[in-house]
Every structure is written in C-alpha cells, then in structure tokens.
Design a protein around this ligand. Structure first.
Ligand code: HEC
Length: 113
C-alpha cells in the first residue's frame, strides 16, 4: 500500500512537470513563430476555446495550415515554409498544450513576459 502510494505520487508529480514543460516549450514556439504575425499574442490565444484549438491543431496542425493556405491575406504566405517544416510538425504537440492552457475557457491568464 505504502509503496503503491509513493509510486502514485511520483507519477502525479512527473506528469505535472511534463505538462508544464510542454506548455513552456509551446509558449516559446508561439512567441518565436506565431507572435510576429499575431501580435496580440495572449488575447489571440484567448479568442478560442480549448476544443476549438484542439480541432485546429489536430493531425500536426492540419486545420491551422489550411487556414493559412486559404487566407487571402498576403502576410499568411510567409508562414508556409514554417508550417511545412519538420520543426512545426515536432513542435505542434507542445503548441497545442500551450494554446489549450491559455484558451478562452481555461480560466488562466499568462504572465506578461
Ligand atoms: C507569416 C505570418 C504568420 C505566421 C507565422 C502565423 N500566422 Fe496565423 N495567420 C496569419 C494571417 C495573415 C492569417 C489570416 C487572417 C485572415 O485571413 O483573416 C492567420 C490566421 C490564423 C488563424 C485564424 C484566425 C481566426 O480568426 O480564426 C489562426 C488560429 C492562426 N493564424 C494561428 C496561428 C498560429 C498558432 C501560428 C503559429 C504556429 C500562426 N498562426 C503563424 C499569419 C501568420
């Protein structure tokens, strides 16, 4: 029982740290890659709900890429290279954690830095 309990605590702490790390990595990626075009940053993330962001980011951001591809805004074209890159495919799992963490219905407000 005791051993079980200790392992349980370990697993809880470990998964919490893991989510924290993913959110942090996602935030870094957002600031680096998305924020230059979406300057309102935090407000921008809070425009959508958790489930909306999850839908947009499904399949390595398939819908996100589509949104940018069909956009008539000239500026969106500059994002194709990034979205097609391996880096984006890899970071999309962290991005989703970050976007969900600060979504409209998450009840959280990111620190301003
Ligand atoms: C090179 C510029 C650029 C980059 C990089 C970029 N975007 Fe965009 N994004 C745009 C433009 C331009 C639009 C289209 C706005 C429109 O058509 O109304 C857009 C549209 C969107 C939309 C749809 C907006 C809405 O109101 O539904 C979302 C969501 C979005 N971007 C998220 C992201 C995320 C997340 C990233 C980073 C992973 C990112 N974008 C990277 C330029 C960019």
């Amino acid at each position: 029982m005791n051993k079980f309990f200790i392992s349980f605590i370990f697993i809880v702490i470990f998964s919490l740290l893991n989510v924290e790390a993913a959110v942090y990595k996602g935030q870094k990626e957002f600031v680096k890659k998305c924020a230059p075009c979406h300057r309102e940053g935090q407000e921008f993330v809070a425009q959508k709900t958790i489930s909306e962001w999850k839908k947009i980011m499904r399949n390595s951001g398939e819908e996100l890429i589509r949104i940018h591809l069909i956009s008539k805004d000239e500026k969106a074209k500059d994002s194709y290279i990034y979205f097609k890159s391996k880096a984006f495919e890899k970071k999309s799992v962290h991005l989703i954690q970050f976007l969900a963490e600060y979504a409209k219905d998450s009840g959280k407000v990111p620190a301003c830095n």
